[in-house]
Design a protein around this ligand. Structure first.
Ligand code: CO
Length: 208
């Protein structure tokens, strides 16, 4: 992308927005009250707003390599705490995507330096689900399934936090696991059954 073009694009965007609503930006400046926290991958192709047609003010967004929710990552945990406790979002979406370089890297025998501890969390997802993944002989399909299982495990990681447990209990916060298929552009709801998942892990991760 030509970065000079970015400022041209920006001017055009301002004009387009103001032609519909002259107070568009002054209204945006008044504050935000998004109902959705979106946790996705940093991949340049997996844009949050564009794939779901969201406007400024509608999504609180966090993106990192392979859409991970890691309990000792101060960055993602700060976003989750702020979105749930201050912004009072009603939904948290973890959105993975097929053809995820992070997930692919975690399936290979390769030393990636500082990325090793980050990607190890995906290797752990593989280990937890190795029985199922082992039955998928076609590599691309196994890779797609790992993307889906990684989304599921990151949703479970959300549920291991006190913030999410409290919001689930007290105000019916909803968690969603989605996958974006880059090859077709399709957004897929994995329709994860969190009641069953929660029931299964409750006694281990219950923080009271
Ligand atoms: Co990715």
């Amino acid at each position: 992308m030509d970065l000079k073009q970015a400022f041209e694009n920006n001017k055009n965007w301002i004009a387009a927005k103001k032609s519909v609503d002259s107070a568009y930006f002054s209204n945006l400046a008044k504050g935000q009250s998004p109902e959705v926290l979106y946790i996705g991958c940093s991949d340049s192709r997996a844009t949050a707003e564009e794939i779901m047609g969201a406007k400024p003010g509608e999504l609180f967004v966090h993106r990192n390599i392979a859409n991970m929710v890691i309990s000792v990552d101060l960055n993602v945990m700060s976003v989750i705490n702020y979105a749930i406790n201050q912004l009072k979002v009603k939904h948290v979406i973890v959105c993975g995507h097929y053809f995820c370089g992070g997930v692919k890297a975690a399936m290979q025998a390769q030393d990636l330096g500082i990325l090793n501890p980050w990607l190890r969390n995906i290797r752990d997802v593989y280990r937890i689900h190795r029985k199922e993944l082992g039955t998928i002989l076609e590599e691309n399909l196994r890779y797609n399934r790992l993307v889906e299982l990684n989304v599921q495990e990151q949703c479970i990681n959300l549920m291991k936090t006190a913030t999410v447990q409290t919001a689930l209990k007290e105000r019916g916060l909803q968690i969603h696991g989605w996958v974006f298929d880059i090859e077709t552009g399709k957004l897929i709801d994995l329709n994860l059954d969190f009641t069953a998942i929660l029931e299964d892990i409750k006694e281990i991760y219950n923080l009271g």
